[in-house]
Write a protein that binds this ligand. Structure first.
Ligand code: SF4
Ligand code: SF4
Length: 293
């Protein structure tokens, strides 16, 4: 039985195997939870294995982050942003990074996050696909035994994928605002927010880019006229199978190992044509939510 299979099997009955992570009740954290504002959503950031680029993008929302924190969100967990040690109940958990299969504590944190959260959002390519960590051989000085990493959807159900490395601050902000409207908005707002989130929910349900190749990128992005020549696909290819020529990606198919990294990183690969018709009303909704009161 492989390492991943044995971990999944263990997760079915691991209550006795894994030590609980929760400290005793009525800590300062528990009291803070009780003070949470009821008409906001409870959001947390769970950091697994990654470069911390996603949380940097999150904090790069600047004024938008203040607005989100002022009006919509109680930030209830996150080792970088909030001093809370126990994973609490959350409406939205933003999970950054791939999960290390040799780190039982991290696996338990991920599992607890799933159990405690209404929406689990894989934020960034490491959480969505494993990204560069798929190619890790381990041997880091401080954790030499950590050598196998997997996307979080290999171990738990994930509701939303925000691929790319790192996602833009606007994409993260809009996801938080849309999650708020989905959970707390009027019926119209819920419908529009659900429409906006659907392509990223579809990605989470069908992580098709795990079997994507350069051909997929060619068929679904470049040949559809969606490529904007940003070069992200070429930069992300681990075997240098893509070069940029005359501003467009050109692939050497013999080199392609079908890792899907180019497709996962391409900011146009999860483009939803149907959403274009609702683009203006969606932008109005987001701008309205972010406008000063
Ligand atoms: S090997 Fe390169 S071209 Fe092929 S799927 Fe991976 S990133 Fe894309
Ligand atoms: S990442 Fe996507 S949009 Fe950017 S150059 Fe490659 S195919 Fe074009």
């Amino acid at each position: 039985m492989g390492l991943l299979s044995s971990i999944k099997k263990g997760m079915g009955g691991e209550e006795q195997q894994m030590p609980p992570t929760s400290p005793p009740a009525q800590t300062e954290e528990a009291r803070r939870e009780e003070r949470a504002t009821p008409d906001r959503i409870r959001v947390g950031h769970v950091h697994l294995c990654g470069c911390t680029g996603c949380v940097v993008a999150l904090t790069d929302i600047y004024q938008g982050l203040f607005k989100v924190l002022d009006d919509y969100v109680d930030w209830v967990y996150g080792t970088t942003i909030a001093d809370v040690r126990r994973i609490p109940e959350m409406d939205v958990a933003l999970v950054e990074g791939a999960v290390c299969l040799q780190d039982h504590e991290q696996i338990q944190d991920l599992r607890t996050t799933r159990l405690q959260s209404k929406l689990v959002v894989a934020i960034g390519s490491c959480a969505c696909t494993g990204n560069i960590l798929r190619f890790s051989r381990g041997g880091q000085v401080n954790q030499p035994q950590h050598e196998s990493f997997a996307p979080i959807s290999d171990l738990v159900d994930v509701d939303v994928h925000i691929p790319t490395c790192a996602p833009t601050p606007q994409q993260i902000r809009n996801t938080i605002v849309m999650a708020y409207l989905l959970l707390k908005g009027t019926d119209d707002q819920k419908a529009l927010a659900g429409r906006w989130l659907k392509p990223m929910m579809d990605l989470a349900r069908t992580p098709f880019y795990q079997k994507a190749s350069f051909n997929t990128l060619m068929q679904e992005v470049i040949n559809q006229g969606l490529c904007m020549g940003c070069g992200t696909c070429a930069a992300s290819c681990p075997v240098r199978a893509i070069s940029m020529e005359f501003g467009k990606p050109n692939g050497t198919r013999d080199l392609c190992i079908n890792c899907g990294a180019c497709y996962a990183q391409c900011p146009r690969s999860f483009f939803d044509h149907d959403l274009m018709e609702q683009h203006e009303s969606i932008m109005e909704l987001i701008q309205g939510a972010m406008a000063p009161k």
